[in-house]
Write a protein that binds this ligand. Structure first.
Ligand code: HEC
Length: 175
């Protein structure tokens, strides 16, 4: 009789023991946990985006476009004209010709000698890229040889971007 009880208890202990061991070996992280992790990453990204937009006094570039126009931009462009031509067929000056610059790849005019940094950058000039660059060119593209402090005023930047987007064969959609 005792032997039977002992072997039953032994069997139970054995089953529980195997369960514990397999749980440890095949422990799978619950999906709930990774969902939380993604959440926190997004939250961090949002915070950075918000902070930087506060820092540089820029908002949604599209909203800023609505507050200004290309005529204002032509006035702002006077600051650039010492180094850049903007008209169709205009040549390179100290800086590369800017006709059609929006949508063009950074550092891609073949007969202009860019800095290595600008050639390596190679991203297309979107509205956002241009806005970021014009705030403070040397911060946006480390090593650029464009010696220009930048345009602090977000509305002025939006205006000059609108102006550049009119001096092109292929304006980027204002949407
Ligand atoms: C003191 C001269 C100077 C002034 C002023 C200047 N730039 Fe530049 N810009 C340059 C130089 C030089 C480069 C080439 C940079 C490089 O290769 O790193 C350049 C490059 C650029 C590029 C990249 C073009 C390409 O082909 O990828 C853009 C866009 C640009 N400038 C816009 C402007 C705008 C807009 C203004 C006025 C708000 C301005 N720049 C004022 C000298 C200037």
């Amino acid at each position: 009789m005792n032997k039977i009880i002992v072997s039953i208890v032994f069997a139970i202990v054995l089953v529980i023991g195997i369960n514990v061991i397999t749980d440890t070996i095949y422990y799978v992280e619950k999906p709930k946990k990774s969902a939380y992790q993604i959440d926190s990453v997004t939250a961090v990204a949002n915070t950075t985006a918000e902070t930087s937009s506060v820092d540089v006094n820029t908002g949604n570039i599209m909203a800023l476009f609505a507050s200004t126009n290309a005529v204002e931009g032509a006035k702002v462009f006077k600051k650039c004209a010492a180094c850049h031509s903007i008209s169709q067929g205009g040549g390179n000056k100290i800086g590369p010709a800017l006709w059609g610059v929006l949508g063009r790849k950074a550092g891609s005019i073949s007969d202009y000698k860019y800095s290595k940094a600008m050639v390596a950058y190679a991203k297309p000039w979107s509205f956002e890229e241009m806005d970021g660059f014009l705030i403070k060119p040397k911060d946006w593209i480390k090593g650029t040889k464009m010696s220009y402090a930048g345009i602090k005023n977000a509305k002025d930047r939006a205006a000059v971007i609108l102006y550049m987007n009119e001096n092109t064969d292929n304006p980027l959609p204002l949407q």
